[in-house]
Design a protein around this ligand. Structure first.
Ligand SMILES: [Zn+2]
Ligand SMILES: [Zn+2]
Length: 389
């Protein structure tokens, strides 16, 4: 591999395009599933760089796409994943404007290097990371078939290697009881709110017996109509998470048992609805992650945290069980290091420092793809680990 594979590539030009893309997405925030203009902005840039675009007539995937650059020579298929959905009211407070630009920049950079080594690079546009997890639907639809490796990098308050994430079930719970006058005839009622409160108490009691990775948390979205009526209907949403799908499945079974207990105690009847497809835990491919970390360093990124523990859930988790995958993080914040999903974090995506970091991360991801495309032994090692995991 040449010392600087990018030396023939007009880096400044591509960096300018990435900044423009990120700023355009930031200025027009679109929530999950409605990212029409954000998709268009990505597609426009990729078409300019000779990528072929494929769109999908599938439910909830209207704003998904796959852009392909084919070097014309045999070699691996290297995918970068873009997210471009925003949050209601607070816009790009998760920094998906930068995330999409990093993946797009990486795909464009790699497309300039691939003709010498062979293979294809894809930019996969994946909608709705913040809600229903477009990647999950895309994995289920078989759209990752034929992909050899997949990469995505998320903005954060530190540079960090790809690590873990929690598997997650989202469950909606309703109790139906019997209304009655709360003072004059409480004996005639069945209290759906008591059933809901007993469920929360049961979960709190169960925490002692869950392993440390398990997280169960919820909110009551309907707690009854009036204080002088025994509530005949209540509703809540819960997330049940754990370090693996197996443990999350088991924790969900315990949760269901608690609900049965609340039914018995109150006479209210429960109905449970598992919302959407579950999120899988992130299965980081260590071989690929180590290559990427070395590339982050050679792109000038310093202080890369090796902490792999994370308690969030990401739809890249499902991709990581379909094909070898990584999900590292890059720092875009100053010392105040605001949390994700805050306006302060959104503001951080517009600074010269963030643009620098975005470009370094894109180069690191492109270089990772280039290394894998240049060395069949590396790809074999990545696949071997994936098979074992
Ligand atoms: Zn987010
Ligand atoms: Zn995010």
């Amino acid at each position: 591999m040449p010392a600087n594979p990018f030396k023939e590539v007009s880096l400044e030009e591509i960096k300018k395009e990435m900044v423009a893309l990120s700023d355009e997405i930031f200025a027009n925030p679109e929530v999950s599933g409605a990212e029409y203009s954000s998709k268009k902005a990505h597609v426009k840039l990729l078409e300019k760089h000779h990528f072929a675009i494929r769109e999908f007539d599938l439910p909830q995937l209207e704003t998904a796409f796959i852009a392909t650059f084919d070097s014309g020579k045999p070699g691996p298929v290297i995918a970068y994943l873009a997210e471009y959905d925003a949050l209601p009211e607070i816009g790009h407070a998760c920094g998906h404007n930068l995330l999409g630009a990093v993946s797009t920049g990486a795909a464009v950079l790699l497309s300039k290097l691939l003709p010498s080594v062979g293979g294809k690079t894809l930019l996969i546009g994946t909608p709705a990371e913040e809600t229903y997890g477009g990647k999950i639907l895309m994995v289920d639809a078989g759209l990752f078939e034929g992909v050899d490796i997949s990469m995505i990098a998320h903005p954060d308050s530190e540079n960090r290697v790809s690590g873990e994430s929690l598997a997650c079930h989202e469950v909606e719970l309703e109790f139906r009881g019997k209304a009655s006058h709360a003072a004059a005839a409480p004996d005639k009622g069945k209290n759906a709110l008591s059933a809901m409160m007993l469920t929360f108490m049961g979960i709190n009691a169960m925490r002692e017996h869950f392993t440390d990775d398990v997280r169960v948390h919820g909110i009551i979205t309907n707690g009854g109509a009036a204080a002088n009526i025994i509530p005949d209907f209540t509703k809540a949403t819960f997330h049940v998470r754990a370090a693996s799908r197996k443990t999350a499945d088991e924790a969900r079974e315990r949760f269901f048992d608690i609900v049965k207990g609340a039914e018995l105690m109150t006479g209210a009847v429960a109905s449970l609805d598992c919302l959407g497809r579950p999120y899988d835990n992130m299965n980081t491919n260590r071989v690929l992650s180590d290559i990427c970390t070395a590339c982050m360093e050679s792109a000038g990124m310093t202080d890369i945290s090796r902490d792999t523990v994370s308690k969030v859930s990401i739809d890249m988790g499902n991709v990581s069980h379909a094909v070898p995958a990584i999900h590292p993080f890059f720092n875009i914040t100053d010392e105040s290091a605001p949390e994700l999903h805050t306006l302060a974090f959104a503001a951080c995506t517009k600074t010269p420092f963030a643009y620098e970091q975005m470009f370094k991360m894109a180069q690191a991801l492109a270089l990772t793809g280039y290394k894998v495309a240049s060395d069949p032994a590396l790809l074999a090692e990545i696949k071997e680990e994936f098979k074992k995991s």
